[in-house]
Ligand binder design. Structure first.
Ligand code: AMP
Length: 220
């Protein structure tokens, strides 16, 4: 199955995609994770994209498309994949259409005030990218309890050190939300016209959302 998670930064794309990946036996591909990993290893790609990630701006389309083409040509993608954070522009969506045919695009909806709270409370493993949440967010019908590691500051999966993403600071979060509205939101209409868009209202933690998403994609 070839899936895309669309939605503003902080809407839960990475968290839900990482939980669904083992259930569907298809890889979770986060272009953001690929860039952060390359930055940490100081590869030529990492050095090229660093300035964009620091400011919360988008990496140029040609670089992103090249990275994605290479990634989905790998063996583990032969039965599909879950994209998280790609495509983010019309040009990327058109390029993806030329490479492959998507089954479904899941559009995650969540209000901006909750997004800002969630992103400020997000912690990620510097080694494997696993996502945690240190705050207990409750607002009306919305409930996002903390997702804490068993040992404080260390990733349950690989033992890596947990950290706050450099772009999860309030100023950069706001810039990223603006970039999303201008560049990525128009993709909702693009995929609606193709009749492959499904809306998912984000209301709670993975235990609540994963069954909803499985049902939406017809796997439960
Ligand atoms: P994310 O982890 O998806 O929030 O992405 C973090 C940052 O990586 C973004 O703010 C962009 O700077 C960059 N990035 C990730 N995916 C893309 C993409 N598809 N197109 C352009 N820039 C991207």
């Amino acid at each position: 199955m070839k899936l895309v998670f669309l939605g503003p930064p902080g809407s839960g794309k990475g968290t839900y995609a990482s939980r669904l990946s083992p259930l569907l036996s298809i890889p979770h591909i986060s272009t953001g994770d690929i860039f952060r990993d390359n930055m940490a290893r100081k590869t030529p790609l990492g050095k090229k994209v660093e300035k964009y990630l620091k400011r919360g701006g988008l990496v140029p389309d040609d670089i992103v498309i090249e990275v994605v083409k290479e990634r989905i040509s790998q063996k583990d993608c032969r039965n599909g994949f879950i994209f998280d954070g790609f495509p983010r522009t019309a040009e990327q969506a058109i390029a993806l259409d030329r490479i492959t045919k998507l089954d479904m695009v899941l559009n995650l909806n969540l209000s901006e005030d909750i997004i800002i709270k969630k992103m400020s409370a997000r912690r990620v493993c510097g080694k494997c990218g696993q996502i945690y949440n240190i705050a207990d967010i409750r607002l009306g019908k919305f409930r996002f309890p903390p997702i804490l590691p068993k040992k404080e500051g260390a990733c349950d999966k690989c033992g890596g050190k947990l950290m706050q993403r450099k772009d999860d600071t309030i100023g950069v979060i706001k810039d990223r939300l603006e970039v999303y509205k201008k560049q990525t939101k128009p993709l909702i209409d693009y995929y609606k016209k193709k009749s492959i868009l499904r809306d998912v209202n984000v209301i709670g933690p993975p235990e609540v959302m994963v069954p909803i998403i499985l049902k939406t994609i017809g796997k439960q």
